[in-house]
Design a protein around this ligand. Sequence first.
Ligand SMILES: [Zn+2]
Length: 112
Amino acid sequence: MDISIFADTPFDDEDAMEDFLLANSLSHSLVATTLEQNGKFIATYPISSMGDESNWKDEHYRMHQDEFTLLGLTGMPDWTGFDFEDEAQWADWHSQHAVVHQAVNSVLGITT
Ligand SMILES: [Zn+2]
């Protein structure tokens, strides 16, 4: 799944956030399945809904770090302390997140 269409997820829009959360979760599931098909295994977490924001951020970040490590990628941004209540940080995070997903998809040959 191409998560880049969610790079511009509007700030403070609950419906848009739900769409993003589902797309992001599906994208991570596809990455985990593709890794598994290549004999590599990654822990997954329930990230299709936000629930506790701090837990969501931690678990989602852990998956991204694990994906980068397993694939030998470098340059994973440090998302510690990103404030989703700040519109500028929100936009910055979504841009970085889309780039990170594109990097992983590119290595794995995921084009859908
Ligand atoms: Zn993600």
